[in-house]
Each structure stands twice: as C-alpha cells, then as structure tokens.
Ligand binder design. Structure first.
Ligand SMILES: Cc1cc2nc3c(=O)[nH]c(=O)nc-3n(C[C@H](O)[C@H](O)[C@H](O)COP(=O)(O)OP(=O)(O)OC[C@H]3O[C@@H](n4cnc5c(N)ncnc54)[C@H](O)[C@@H]3O)c2cc1C
Length: 382
C-alpha cells in the first residue's frame, strides 16, 4: 500500500462523519430510491445541516470555506457505498462553483446559503437533444427584452433535474457569434414557462433524477445573468477541470470498493472443491487490477494536490477523467466476471456498480472529447 498524503487528520475526521451519515441515512434506503427514480429530498437538508454540501463556499455566505479535499471526501464516500443517486457532487463540485466564481454579490447572498443548507438543489443544463459534445451547437436562446431575458429551448440528461430549484442554463444570447454568443443564466425552476420533463429511465444510476427540462418564454431577470454576457463558454472551460477531477475521484474510490467486494467474494465462493481465490486466473486478475489501481490512485491524488494549488491544467484533468473512468469500467467488468452469475444480480453491489459506472465515460465530456483535448495540447507543444 502506498499511503495517501492528500488528506489531513481534519479531512479524515470529516470522512468519518460523512461515512457514518451515509451508512445510516442513505444506504438502507437507496434500493427504494432506485425504484422511485430519485433520492428523498430530505436527505439534502439533513446533509446540509451536517455541513456536507458545498464545503468550499466562503464563510461570508454561511459556508465552511474549506479546500476541495472535503468535496473529494464526500464524493469518495458516496462512491464507495455505491450511492449513485445522490447528486451532491454535481451540486457542490460543479454547479455551485459557478455562482461562487462568477456570481454577483446579490446572487451569492440570495442563493448560496440555501445551496449550503440543502434548501436549494442546483443543476447545470448544457446538453440538448441536438447538442452534447458540440456545446457551441446549443440552440436554447436568451433574448434580452428590457430588464429581463426571454428563454426558449430544451435540455436533456440533466442531473438533479427533478429536485432542482436553481439551474445554471447555457444559452445563446447572440446566436450569430458562435462561442462568443454563449451566456450562463441562473434560472429558478418555479419561473412561469419552466417545465421539468420526464425523469429519464437509465441503464444505471437509477436513483439519480436525470431529466429533461423545457423553457417556454421563461422571463429571467437580467440580474440573473451569471458573469458577463457572451462569457459563458470561457467560464465552462475554466470550470470543467474540477468537474472532470470529481468524476475521476469518484471512479477510483468506486474501484477500491469493488476490488474489496470481489476479494471477499472469491475467498468465500467455492468451485471444484476450492475457493475461487485459489485459481491462478483469479489471483492474476486481482494482481493486475490492483497494480493499475495503485498507479491510478497515486496519479489522481497528485491531481488533487495540484488542484488544491490551483495548478491542475485542462489537459491533465482530461487525462485523469479518461484514465480513471476507462479503468473503472474495465475493473468492474473483470470483478463482475469473478462473481459469476451472482455478479449479474441487481442485489449484488458489483452488478449495480457495473451498470452505474458505464456513464462515467460519457458525461463530463466523453472520453473521446478528453482525447481531443489532450492531443490538441500535445500538438501545440514546440
Ligand atoms: C446520466 C447522465 C447524466 C448527465 N448529466 C448532465 C448534466 O447534469 N448536465 C448536462 O448538461 N449534461 C449532462 N449529461 C449529458 C452528457 O454530458 C452528454 O451526454 C455528453 O456530453 C455527450 O453528448 P451527447 O450525448 O450529445 O453525445 P454526442 O456528442 O452525440 O456523441 C456521440 C458519440 O460521438 C463521439 N464524438 C462526438 N464528437 C466527437 C469528435 N469531435 N471526435 C470524436 N468523437 C466524437 C462522442 O464521443 C460519442 O461517442 C448527462 C448524461 C448522462 C447520460
């Protein structure tokens, strides 16, 4: 074992309370939430009361003003227990940082305390039925009309879509200007003309309320523009490294848990009169997986350190997301194989993790887009 050095004693105490909270408040109910298609909304408020939401937010807005390590711990503990319905990572690591980093003082005062307490659940709506990887192709428009914007369009695959009270919406304020015409708007979900569509039925992450959203002449006050008009694309590029690191952190924690479940299983399960763990194939598979996992853990922890120092560049974050999620899918597939038929049964955590993990290579920018980002940077080098 290579000891981890990214977390302090305070981080580990925080981990302890997150873990205990999830064991009692979430794990026993997650199976039911998978059937419901969403987690219990009260869970958000309970987590808020414990200080688990948005740990980075400055004290001036009621936050704890902690480093990203605290977000990473929440992500890791959720992932270890396979509680993929809980969309706190999207809220704390992805959506809320847009308000912290680009919001006006009024926006911060108005929204951040609720984001911390769990009274406000956030989402970020980039993807549309006709535009995912190619974000410049979004067709949602926000047309300025006096003191407000008129928002029209639709979004899909939006994490926290049913629970969301506040959505960071990517829209074109100047459709002729390409990337320079993209802006971000803070849209309250009870605005007239804002409709939440279907809670989408997915292959995995069944307790996550991933949804369609529709905007039909929604009047968004001009003061809800996030940052500058036409700056949205730049903000997205600046924030995506943290989103991709968060996905990678998640992936590696999940791999560590899955290899643990598998070791336990192969020691217990017998075939041909001996435990599955006695077969050389099992031993070699586990050895190979754990070797790769060890290397990736060190790499992702180094990325975390760089991120604490605000030095994690776009290309390295893309490498982290690409490697961690490709490996997660490979590991879960191999671990499921070692479980035999029981591994394919939904009641086994390995089955759910296998199904839940597949999307990790698709969202937060597909792994093909990660390769584009990495190669672009490589080819720019002298
Ligand atoms: C469970 C889930 C949760 C999600 N949560 C959110 C969310 O909260 N907010 C949000 O905005 N979006 C969210 N998404 C959407 C997600 O980010 C997109 O699905 C993703 O970016 C891919 O876009 P797409 O589905 O349009 O695929 P497409 O862009 O149509 O891609 C299809 C295929 O073509 C490949 N491809 C595309 N362009 C290139 C290229 N230039 N070179 C090589 N290959 C290419 C892709 O890699 C992919 O394999 C979520 C998706 C899912 C499934």
């Amino acid at each position: 074992m290579i000891p981890r050095t990214v977390f302090s004693t305070e981080h580990e105490q925080f981990r302890d309370s997150v873990r205990k909270f999830l064991e009692t408040e979430a794990a026993p109910y997650h199976h039911q939430w998978e059937k419901d298609g969403q987690v219990d909304r009260e869970l958000w408020r309970k987590a808020g009361a414990m200080g688990f939401l948005c740990p980075q937010v400055p004290e001036a807005y009621g936050g704890l003003e902690l480093d990203f390590g605290y977000n990473a711990i929440v992500d890791e503990e959720i992932s270890r227990q396979g509680l993929t319905g809980i969309g706190w990572g999207l809220h704390s690591d992805i959506a809320v940082p847009y308000i912290v980093n680009y919001g006006t003082e009024e926006q911060k005062q108005k929204y951040l305390p609720g984001c911390i307490s769990g009274d406000i659940v956030t989402a970020i709506a980039m993807t549309e039925p006709g535009a995912g990887s190619d974000l410049q192709g979004v067709r949602t428009t926000a047309v300025k009309d006096g003191d407000h914007y008129v928002l029209n369009g639709s979004k899909t695959f939006i994490t926290n879509g049913q629970h969301a009270d506040l959505v960071v919406v990517v829209a074109k304020t100047d459709p002729a200007a390409g990337a320079a015409g993209v802006s971000l708007l803070l849209v309250e979900s009870d605005s007239p003309g804002f409709k939440k569509g279907t809670n989408l039925e997915k292959v995995g992450m069944k307790a996550q309320d991933t949804s369609e959203l529709f905007f039909d002449d929604v009047k968004v006050p001009a003061e809800n523009l996030l940052g500058g008009e036409g700056q949205g694309f730049i903000y997205l590029m600046q924030e995506l490294p943290q989103e991709r690191l968060s996905v990678a952190v998640n992936a590696i924690a999940n791999c560590e848990a899955a290899i643990g479940w598998t070791i336990e299983y192969v020691k217990d399960r017998k075939a041909f009169g001996k435990p599955i763990s006695a077969f050389q194939n099992t031993q070699f598979k586990l050895a190979e997986l754990d070797s790769e996992l060890t290397a990736l853990r060190v790499f992702i922890d180094r990325c975390l350190e760089l991120h604490y120092e605000e030095k994690l560049d776009v290309s390295t974050a893309a490498k982290a997301k690409l490697l961690a999620t490709d490996f997660q899918c490979k590991l879960l597939d191999e671990c499921m194989q070692l479980h035999g038929g029981f591994g394919y049964m939904w009641e086994y955590p390995i089955a759910r993790a296998w199904a839940d993990a597949r999307v990790q290579r698709i969202y937060a920018g597909t792994n093909e887009i990660m390769k584009l980002i990495i190669s672009r940077e490589l080819l720019k080098r002298e």
